[in-house]
Design a protein around this ligand. Structure first.
Ligand SMILES: Cc1cc2nc3c(=O)[nH]c(=O)nc-3n(C[C@H](O)[C@H](O)[C@H](O)COP(=O)(O)OP(=O)(O)OC[C@H]3O[C@@H](n4cnc5c(N)ncnc54)[C@H](O)[C@@H]3O)c2cc1C
Length: 595
């Protein structure tokens, strides 16, 4: 086992991790550990855009953007965080422009902007053009640009290093009011080098988690195979809370039956959703902004059309995205990749035929709780000094119960930058925390348990069953019965997981071993999501309970905070403690959410 020492260790080389690294790398000795080669991170799959109220093509301002974000998130958004994000959005885009990102331009040479769901002018009056973009490969351009700039600033990368543990020590401490508590401090991380199978311990003054999302909890998803929520899982196992995990976003337009994403940019450029009768059904559900309503509303409307028998296709199980009225040249210029996906994967020609689409699991609104500096919370009052999180792994919370399209590429840039600066500044004055004795012991035990297990269960089969039940029971419509059914299945799968075996027992490139570990994270997270969903007896944003169809601000206008705690029990599940955290309000009172 090797031990390395850095001021700052960043876990993850997606947009959030690399944006943090650019800042930290110029201020402190920084290493980036990533399980994927950096430019393979999921940020590179992002299509439609990154929003900022530049007002390049239409009147706009950051206050309208803040309002849209708060309303889009169904008022569960921490409004101080949303204000920071909307204000700093403008610099975030200009930073990328200066780094060399090739944005689409207006004829005058300004950064062009397009429409996206839920982004409006003057508090909901009409859609506004706020999303900056590079055709339909905005994320690809962001990721490449950030990587090049990391190289320029000599950031050190440890590629295909899987972080499997966070080293935390606890100290006795006393709060201002005199009550004693255990203060957590970060000492470093433990990682597994895929190529050699060796463990590497990284001691660090500051650690930034930027490990991305957890979409692989579901079967039909836009997310890459690698999005297994490792960062959330590791933090949870180390006693840190997870916030608002019941809120998972289903993107309306996944290719039917496959889940591969067709960006909302299609509707931003004028595409229309239709049911089997050819009706533009969003006119009924969101009369003002129609197809450009927020994703939770559009996804539910689509599912409702299918349930009421107006689905298209032989099984009437999808709706249609119609681009046929758009000029082929316009489609080629603005949406080249996604229209090619429709041709390749469904054999449909978007110039002349509507594309079959259905909601696909897309984005985790919840995650590791942080404040606006990116500092991770160990409970409502206390941060963990030296520990930061940014991007999809984190919950700031700027997305509340439903994220607006293009706000995530923005989030990773704004809060990636903030956490990179904060981590490096912290490292300048902080001391290293002494590593625990035998720092890799937990990781060795975790890996040995998988390697030496000689059961009969296969990883792929447990994962498939997990994804099946999550799709069936935790999708856009939920009830107490469906959630409980998912939870019962998850408990059975956790039992089966104790009886696994893997075929590859070797040291080098042992993906069998790592997929088993990743499945462990997915099972933990699925349990947390369902417990939180069962507990939230209201409908808000991406969490829709048919048995409680209304938003209930009296009882549920608060964040969920779930902790791993052997002495606790929540919704009949032992080992999970439930808490809440107040929502931060600045200027927006909750209103009825109409579009
Ligand atoms: C198909 C698709 C299209 C999208 N389009 C848009 C869009 O147009 N606009 C928008 O705003 N949002 C979009 N999103 C959402 C947005 O792209 C993501 O939320 C965002 O890019 C996440 O960035 P990230 O840096 O947090 O994580 P990622 O980019 O997912 O990076 C995670 C990093 O963590 C590393 N990692 C993970 N686990 C470990 C571990 N155990 N050890 C070490 N490293 C680890 C990985 O190697 C990777 O480098 C889209 C998402 C998808 C899936």
């Amino acid at each position: 086992m090797q031990v390395h020492k850095y001021d700052v260790v960043i876990v993850g080389a997606g947009g959030a991790g690399m944006r943090a690294a650019i800042e930290s790398g110029q201020r402190a000795r920084t290493a980036v550990l990533t399980k994927l080669y950096p430019t393979r991170s999921h940020t590179g799959a992002a299509q439609g855009g990154m929003c900022a109220a530049l007002a390049n093509v239409e009147e706009d301002n950051w206050e309208w953007h803040t309002f849209d974000t708060v309303k889009g998130g169904d008022y569960l958004v921490d409004q101080d965080a949303a204000e920071v994000m909307a204000k700093e959005a403008i610099d975030a885009v200009l930073d990328l422009e200066k780094m060399g990102l090739p944005f689409n331009r207006t004829p005058e040479g300004r950064i062009d902007q397009r429409r996206f769901g839920g982004h409006t002018r003057d508090h909901g009056k009409a859609p506004v053009r706020r999303a900056c973009y590079a055709a339909d490969r905005t994320g690809h351009m962001i990721l490449q640009t950030l990587y090049q700039n990391c190289v320029k600033h000599n950031v050190e990368f440890y590629n295909e290093y899987y972080v499997l543990d966070l080293l935390i020590v606890e100290e006795d401490a006393v709060r201002e009011d005199g009550t004693p508590y255990q203060q957590k401090r970060v000492a470093g991380v433990v990682s597994y080098d895929l190529a050699s199978g060796e463990l590497h311990v990284f001691q660090a003054k500051a650690v930034v988690f930027a490990t991305g999302g957890a979409g692989k909890v579901f079967k039909t998803t836009s997310n890459a195979h690698t999005l297994t929520g490792d960062g959330m899982g590791i933090a949870f196992r180390r006693g840190l809370p997870l916030e608002d995990m019941e809120f998972f976003q289903f993107h309306p337009t996944g290719l039917a039956g496959l889940g591969i994403l067709l960006s909302e940019a299609a509707r931003g450029e004028g595409a229309i959703l239709r049911n089997s009768e050819g009706e533009r059904f969003m006119e009924r559900y969101a009369p003002t902004i129609k197809d450009l309503a927020p994703r939770d509303i559009v996804a539910r409307s689509m599912a409702n059309e299918v349930r009421e028998g107006r689905g298209a296709g032989p099984n009437k199980d999808y709706v249609l995205l119609d681009l046929t009225h758009l000029e082929p040249a316009h489609i080629d210029a603005k949406l080249p990749d996604i229209t090619e996906f429709a041709r390749t994967y469904l054999g449909v020609e978007p110039y002349t035929e509507p594309v079959p689409v259905y909601p696909t699991a897309h984005y985790a609104m919840g995650g590791v709780p942080t404040n606006i500096k990116g500092e991770v919370l160990q409970d409502n009052e206390t941060i963990v000094p030296g520990l930061y999180a940014a991007g999809e792994v984190a919950c700031v919370s700027v997305h509340g119960s439903n994220r607006l399209g293009t706000n995530s590429l923005l989030d990773i840039n704004v809060f990636g930058k903030r956490s990179g600066i904060a981590a490096a500044e912290y490292a300048k004055t902080a001391e290293f925390v002494e590593l625990p004795e035998d720092p890799a012991a937990g990781t060795v035990a975790l890996l040995d348990a998988v390697r030496n297990s000689s059961g009969t269960e296969r990883i792929a089969s447990i994962r498939a069953d997990l994804q099946e039940t999550m799709d069936a029971n935790m999708q856009v419509f939920r009830t107490a019965d469906s959630i409980a059914a998912a939870l019962a299945d998850i408990e059975k799968l956790r039992e089966r997981y104790k009886n696994i075996s893997i075929q590859d027992k070797g040291k080098r490139f042992n993906l069998d071993l790592l997929e088993a570990v990743e499945l462990g994270f997915l099972l933990d997270l699925a349990e947390v999501m369902t417990v939180a969903a069962l507990h939230r007896k209201e409908s808000r944003g991406g969490h829709y309970r048919e048995d409680f169809p209304d938003r209930d601000d009296v009882n549920f206008m608060k964040h969920s905070m779930l902790y791993r705690d052997p002495d606790a029990e929540t919704e009949g599940i032992k080992g999970i403690r439930f808490g809440t955290k107040p929502v931060v309000f600045t200027r927006y009172e909750p209103m009825e959410r109409k579009y």
